[in-house]
Design a protein around this ligand. Structure first.
Ligand code: S3P
Length: 444
C-alpha cells in the first residue's frame, strides 16, 4: 500500500451555490512530467516555473533524483534541473515508485529501455492494475527487454545495456503516453523511430523536444525522431492545467449565475476537446488574451452559467478530452436531453474504470446513466444527494464535488486523498470561489 492509499479524505458538499472569481489552477501535469524528463537528459540547467507540485509530477522528479540528477525546488512552482545529458543517468539504488502516475511509468519505461543499467518501476494499487503491454510490446520490437507481471501490469523490470533499433509503429489506440514512450526510446535507438496514431493526441513531447533543440520528424500522420542527438537545456513556463480547469469550467456552466475567469490556461488544440464539447452543449465560454508561452498556446478562459443541452459527442473529440470525461458527465447530467458518448473505451483503463465508476456515482444521485462498453448514455434531469465511492480516482472526486452545485441534497465523496496527485489545494480553492465543500480526514 502506498502513502496515498493509507490516507482517507472525505469531501462533503452542501447543495447549491455558484462560482465566482478570477484565479489560476495548478500547472499542467503532462507538461510538468516532460519538463523534468527532458531537463534531466539535457546539457545544462533547465529552469521550470509553474511546475505542478502534485504527487504525480513529484514522483517523476524523485525518480530522476534517485538516478543522480541534481535538482533545486520545487519552491512556489520553481524547479531547477542540472541536466546530465542523454547518457549521464546513474543506476538507482532500488525500485522507482511511480505512485499513481501512469504517465511517469509509461514515459520512463521508454527512456529507461535505452540506459546502460537495470531499473524497476513500481506503483500504487491503481497503477499496478493498469495495462503496460501497450508500451512493452513496441519497445520489445525495438530490442528492449522489459518484464511485466503475468497480466502485463507493473512492476516493470527494464534490463539495461540493450542496443535499440528504430521502428515504424502504428499504434492500436490513440495514446500520447505510448507515443511519448516510443519517442523517448527513439532518442537512444539506431536510426529513426516513427509512430503513427489513429487520431491526434496531446503533442507536448514533440513540442518540448523541439524546444530543447531536438529535431522532430513528421510526415502525414506519422511523427518520429532520429537517435543519437543532443538536448539543450531550456526555460519552461508551465501553463495552468486545462484538465484541472475543467472542473471549474463545468461547475460554472452548471451553476446559474456563475462567472469565473481562469487565468493562463494551456489551450493546446490537442487538449481543448472539453471546450468544444461544452460549447456544442450550449456553454457560454470565451477564450481571452490568447498568447504563446514557450511553444504552448495559453489563454484566459471566461465562463458564465448557462443552460446546457444533451448531445451526441463527436468521436473525433474523445482523445482531445480524454481526462475531462468525469467532469463532462456531470455537465451531461445537468443538461436538458440525452448525451451519448461512444468510442471512449480507453476510459476503462484510467486511474479507475471511469465509465463504471461515474455511472455508479450518477445512479447513486438518481441520474439515468447507462454505461456501455465504450461510453455512456446520460439523460439529464434533477440530481439528488448521496454517497459516492471515488475509487481513489482524483478526477472522479473532483467531478462529483462540482455536482454539488446542482444537487438537491448533500453529496459525500469517499477516498479523495488522490486529488493531490494532480490538484493540490483543490478543496481550498473550490471553497474560496463558491463551492460549499468541507473536508474530513478519516482514519484508514
Ligand atoms: C497523458 C496522456 C493520456 C492522459 C494522461 C496523461 C500524457 O493518457 O489520460 O492523463 O501526459 O501523455 P493516454 O496516453 O493513456 O491516453
Amino acid at each position: 500500500m502506498s502513502r496515498i492509499d493509507a490516507n482517507t479524505i472525505r469531501y462533503t458538499v452542501s447543495p447549491g451555490g455558484s462560482l465566482h472569481g478570477r484565479f489560476r489552477v495548478p500547472g499542467d501535469k503532462s507538461i510538468s512530467h516532460r519538463a523534468v524528463m527532458l531537463g534531466a537528459l539535457a546539457e545544462g540547467v533547465t529552469r521550470i516555473s509553474g511546475f505542478l507540485e502534485g504527487a504525480d509530477a513529484l514522483a517523476t522528479l524523485d525518480a530522476f533524483r534517485a538516478m543522480g540528477v541534481q535538482t533545486r525546488g520545487p519552491d512556489a512552482g520553481r524547479v531547477e534541473i542540472q541536466g546530465v545529458g542523454l547518457h549521464g543517468l546513474r543506476a538507482p539504488d532500488g525500485p522507482l515508485d511511480m505512485g499513481n502516475s501512469g504517465t511517469s511509468m509509461r514515459l520512463l519505461t521508454g527512456l529507461l529501455a535505452g540506459q546502460a543499467f537495470d531499473a524497476e518501476l513500481t506503483g500504487d494499487t491503481s497503477l499496478s492494475r493498469r495495462p503496460m503491454r501497450r508500451v512493452t510490446e513496441p519497445l520489445a520490437r525495438m530490442g528492449a527487454v522489459v518484464e511485466t507481471a503475468a497480466e502485463g501490469t507493473p512492476p516493470l523490470r527494464i534490463r539495461g545495456g540493450q542496443r535499440l533499433q528504430g521502428i515504424r509503429y502504428e499504434m492500436p489506440m490513440a495514446s500520447a503516453q505510448v507515443k511519448s514512450c516510443l519517442l523517448l526510446a527513439g532518442l537512444y535507438a539506431q536510426g529513426e523511430t516513427w509512430v503513427r496514431e489513429p487520431a491526434p493526441t496531446r503533442d507536448h513531447t514533440e513540442r518540448m523536444l523541439q524546444g530543447f533543440g531536438y529535431p522532430v520528424l513528421s510526415e502525414e500522420g506519422w511523427v518520429g525522431v532520429s537517435g543519437g542527438g543532443t538536448l539543450r537545456a531550456s526555460s519552461i513556463d508551465v501553463p495552468a492545467d486545462i484538465s484541472s480547469a475543467a472542473f471549474f469550467i463545468v461547475g460554472a456552466c452548471i451553476a446559474p449565475g456563475s462567472e469565473i475567469v481562469l487565468e493562463h490556461v494551456g489551450v493546446n488544440p490537442t487538449r481543448t476537446g472539453v471546450l468544444d464539447i461544452l460549447s456544442l452543449m450550449g456553454a457560454d465560454i470565451e477564450l481571452r488574451n490568447r498568447r504563446e508561452v514557450g511553444g504552448e498556446p495559453v489563454a484566459d478562459i471566461r465562463v458564465h452559467g448557462s443552460s446546457l443541452r444533451g448531445i451526441q459527442i463527436p468521436e473525433r473529440l474523445v482523445p482531445l478530452a480524454i481526462d475531462e470525461f468525469p467532469a463532462i458527465f456531470i455537465a451531461a447530467a445537468c443538461a436538458e436531453g440525452t448525451t451519448v458518448l461512444t468510442g471512449a473505451e480507453e476510459l476503462r483503463v484510467k486511474e479507475s474504470d471511469r465509465i463504471a465508476v461515474m455511472a455508479d456515482g450518477l445512479q447513486a444521485l438518481g441520474v439515468a446513466a447507462e454505461p456501455t462498453p465504450d461510453g455512456m448514455v446520460i439523460r439529464g434531469g434533477p440530481m439528488g444527494g448521496g454517497r459516492i465511492n471515488s475509487h481513489h480516482d482524483h478526477r472522479i472526486a473532483m467531478a462529483f464535488a462540482m455536482a454539488g452545485l446542482r444537487a438537491g441534497d448533500a453529496i459525500v465523496i469517499d477516498d479523495c486523498a488522490n486529488v493531490s496527485t494532480s490538484f493540490p489545494g483543490f478543496h481550498r480553492l473550490a471553497a474560496e470561489v463558491g463551492l460549499q465543500l468541507t473536508v474530513d480526514e478519516v482514519p484508514a
